[in-house]
Design a protein around this ligand. Structure first.
Ligand code: KIV
Length: 265
């Protein structure tokens, strides 16, 4: 019996289906979505995993980084994405300071699950193993996230590549194994040095989903605004825009302004 791929299945995508993509040798494309129309459009385009990322703080809410995003804001956006009833799996970020203990990790993840998230993502390796285990025990599927941790931007002092020193490399390899053993079904590698991202990808049996971590991960994720050129004031170097939505909006708005000012022109 042939097993459907993420692209050709018409069934709802589950965490197990994403995890099994690695064994099938199938790459996993993933994008962020923060609202109903974007979720529908990305789903119609065949994206199998949608992340309601806390990056929404920067590209939608205008915060300088992700640390100000609240659980209430995440819940609001998760609910909007969930209303699209996508075939894609909907994963939601647990925002900063919502998973310092196993108890609040589970309680706060339940808020996002009740809003429509089908899995949650949290940042960290060995340090968050108790929280990942508690989430799994509560029946909530988990995506891990190691490498550059945007919620720690203040301590990190910038968006820098991780895994160049022997010490960081050893730490990241240990983190990847720990997150897998704690029960995550996939692992985001953010700004991990590409040779190390390749090594981690070979080491773990769960799929790695890279962002700015080179081509050898099992999947790739981007902030949709970077992919479609909807946030023209900043775009990370690794993100290649495939559209220019910002220009399309400016052009349409200018045409409208002109039409209102000069109706007969
Ligand atoms: O918040 C987010 O969008 C993310 C991705 C960049 C992986 O965590």
């Amino acid at each position: 019996m042939s097993v459907s791929s993420l692209m050709d299945t018409t069934e709802k995508i589950t965490p197990d289906f994403i995890r099994a993509a690695k064994a099938r040798g199938e790459r996993i494309p993933a994008l962020t979505a923060y609202d109903y129309p974007t979720a529908r459009l990305l789903d119609e385009a065949g994206v199998p995993l949608l992340l309601v990322g806390d990056s929404l703080g920067m590209v939608v809410l205008g915060y300088p980084d992700t640390t100000q995003v609240t659980l209430a804001e995440m819940r609001h956006h998760v609910a909007a994405v969930a209303r699209a009833k996508t075939r894609a799996l909907v994963v939601a970020d647990l925002p900063y300071h919502t998973y310092q203990t196993t108890g609040n990790a589970v309680a706060n993840a339940h808020v996002l699950v009740e809003a429509g998230a089908e899995a949650v993502k949290l940042e960290g390796g060995l340090a968050v193993v108790p929280e990942i285990r508690a989430l799994r025990q509560a029946g909530i599927p988990v995506v891990g996230h190691i490498g550059m941790l945007p919620q720690h931007i203040k301590e990190e002092g910038g968006y820098k590549i991780k895994g160049r020193s022997a010490e960081q490399k050893e730490q990241l390899l240990a983190d990847a194994l720990a997150v897998q053993e704690a029960g995550a079904f996939a692992l985001v590698l953010e700004l991990v040095e590409p040779a190390l991202a390749r090594e981690i990808t070979a080491l773990v049996s769960i799929p790695t989903i890279g962002i700015g971590s080179g081509p050898h991960c099992d999947g790739q994720i981007l902030v949709t605004h970077d992919l479609v050129g909807a946030f023209p004031w900043f775009r990370p170097k690794f993100a290649v825009a495939k559209a220019d939505i910002a220009s399309a909006i400016r052009t349409a708005a200018q045409a409208f302004v002109k039409q209102v000012h000069e109706p007969s022109a």
